[in-house]
Design a protein around this ligand. Sequence first.
Ligand code: NAD
Ligand code: MG
Length: 390
Amino acid sequence: MRKVSIFGATGSIGQNTIDLIAREPERYDVVALTGGANVSQLAKDAIRLGADVAVTAYDENLDDLRAALAGSGIEAASGQTALVEVASRPADWVMSAIVGSAGLAPGIEALKQGATLALANKETLVCAGRLVLETARRHGAGLLPVDSEHSAVFQALVGEDMSAVERIIITASGGAFRDWPIEDLARATVEQASCHPNWNMGQRITIDSASMFNKALEVIETHEFFGVEPDRIEVLVHPESMVHALVGFRDGALMAHLGAPDMRHAIGYALHWPERRDLPVERLDLAKLGQLHFRTPDESRYPALRLAREVMERGGLAGAAFNAAKERALDLFIDRKIGFLEMADRVEAVLSRFEMDNGLLDLPMTLDNVLETDHLARRWLDEAVVTRAG
Ligand code: NAD
Ligand code: MG
């Protein structure tokens, strides 16, 4: 039996992971499940899967978690220290599906134990790519992509030599506002941004899809994970979300990965890798689909994509600053304190402030420095003053 843990078990990726694991309970020995305030879901899944321990991220939810687990013999714990502690318990395969940079420390801890980390949490690579890859290498741990585009690239690269790769193209649906006139974006509401045309995901990544901050993070993730230079990474808007990514080789061949927009494909690939096993996902009928569309994204519409290129060029801790500023801007947008376009304006202001503060982004990439950069970027995002015409 394989020992598995799921961080962020109550979220969209976590629940899809549980769906796959629960279909073959005889194959898995579940160690830890973690979640947030939704302790009834967390306890229910921990009992159903026979986990050793369940952790809520928030101390104020611990009593409720204990009550929900009463009589099950399953251990309950809470808080950031507990998240890292359970990540240190031996597991063969760990799903990293916490949202945001909160997923970084538990992920690094799992790598230190030599686990294979299935990485849905793209923030881990955006904030600390070099540190994470180096930790995995030093401890003989594995890293597998779960983001659909990166899983697609990974699959297109099987049996290939990286030196034959000319470019990587990741697709973007364009999110909720892909067909909106640009003048209307300033007034876009949280409700409007929270409706994804193709994918059913957590609210934060759904809004990040509308602003293209999600794709911006993914371009950086591609750069870190596959070690491909930024100018060889392209983004294509593809409204149908059927082609997830393409790899272009030096002989001109393009290998595309197609599949229905269902995260259980990428999760299942990482779960069963290097094998392929049956997955309960829809099979594409291309004849029925008839046509697929592609277009170049308009960077004036999506400043996040330009910022991602600047961040990759800057290197160092710029990814940690960018991600944290983006997370905080998203908090303010969700709380209706700033408008949709002000998110990118403020993030850009924070990056400029880091640039003026000599050397902050060039500190060594340790976990402590990444987390300090993260805190500072969030504070500066709150302080950022931006003026926008109209
Ligand atoms: P979600 O909001 O549905 O779930 C997030 C999970 O993290 C929940 O279990 C929540 O309780 C937990 N969590 C939230 N804040 C936390 C904190 N501060 N500390 C500890 N735990 C916390 O998110 P999701 O859509 O499942 O996304 C999870 C990750 O996967 C994100 O990094 C996202 O970018 C990535 N991802 C998601 C999808 C998708 O289809 N949902 C696709 C690709 C990548
Ligand atoms: Mg993705």
